[in-house]
Design a binder for this molecule. Structure first.
Ligand code: MF3
Ligand code: CO
Ligand code: CO
Length: 266
């Protein structure tokens, strides 16, 4: 299936949805501290989305083929959890690092973004992993322009992750996004430059590398959702939704609290 090309009106709706997803991450930031439970963070985000923003939390009851409906409104993936961590009773403690992944629907369109958070003071390895993963996401984003190929993004991410001694998770990838949460194309975070689908103006997709401090292998927990590293090494992830413009890219998931882009030489 080909990628969906968004027209100007649809792009504007994607901008709104992207800004709102990012604003949820801004909102929850001061609540991420020792003693908070992931379930509390979920409930706060849920109320903010539904009551303040008038957005729909896309994860809630989301059920792709082969999965049971996702039970919560955000994903919270702590330490060696790679992605799709299900919020619950777990209480955060100083030294934890976690990813919060937010996807909202506004006016029929999806915005999808995630950030890493430090609970108290992170260890040296955790900080390095989080910073390298952020630079990897930005290396991928900077490849986005008409005529570039998806493999250019994958290679840029993989090469910087592996140069740092880390590994790229293979089983999950970025994705086209729009009226549907997950649409064509699949955006792999590894691969070879000069391969894969060519990018065209009006495409919207996510770039969301999951990078492990240890080996790349993962497994799924018995809850049917939470993904963890097999070797229990730390894992980090950042995610933006981007638009292919006539001249390059536009990051759609931006708000007041969005961290600045990683330096181009990182
Ligand atoms: N937000 C995730 C992504 O980036 C998907 C989460 S699916 C869920 O694609 F059901 F776990 F929420
Ligand atoms: Co996504
Ligand atoms: Co996401």
């Amino acid at each position: 299936m080909p990628a969906v090309i968004k027209n100007a009106e649809e792009v504007e709706k994607m901008r709104v949805a992207g800004r709102l997803a990012s604003a949820v991450l801004d909102y929850i930031t001061p609540h991420v501290r020792p003693g908070a439970s992931t379930g509390q963070l979920n409930d706060l985000c849920h109320a903010y989305m539904v009551r303040v923003q008038g957005t729909i939390p896309a994860p809630l009851n989301y059920a792709p083929p082969g999965y049971k409906p996702y039970p919560k409104s955000i994903c919270t993936s702590v330490n060696h959890q790679v992605c799709h961590g299900v919020p619950g009773e777990r209480v955060l403690k100083s030294g934890d690092v976690l990813n919060i992944d937010v996807t909202v629907i506004k006016d029929g369109f999806h915005g999808d973004s995630s950030r890493m958070f430090y609970v108290g003071e992170p260890g040296i390895q955790a900080r390095r992993l989080v910073e390298v993963t952020y630079a990897c996401m930005w290396r991928g984003i900077r490849k986005v322009r008409p005529g570039a190929q998806l493999g250019d993004i994958g290679e840029a991410i993989q090469s910087s992750a592996e140069a740092a001694g880390f590994s790229v998770v293979r089983e999950f990838c970025g994705h086209g996004i729009g009226r549907r949460f997950h649409e064509e194309p699949q955006v792999l975070h590894y691969g070879r430059a000069g391969t894969g689908m060519r990018l065209e103006p009006g495409m919207t997709f996510t770039i969301e590398p999951m990078i492990n401090a240890g080996k790349a292998a993962i497994r799924e927990l018995a809850d049917g959702w939470t993904i963890v590293t097999k070797d229990h090494s730390l894992s980090a992830q950042w995610e933006h939704t981007v638009l292919v413009t006539e001249t390059g890219f536009e990051v759609l998931t931006v708000s007041a609290g969005t961290p600045p882009p990683a330096p181009a030489d990182a």
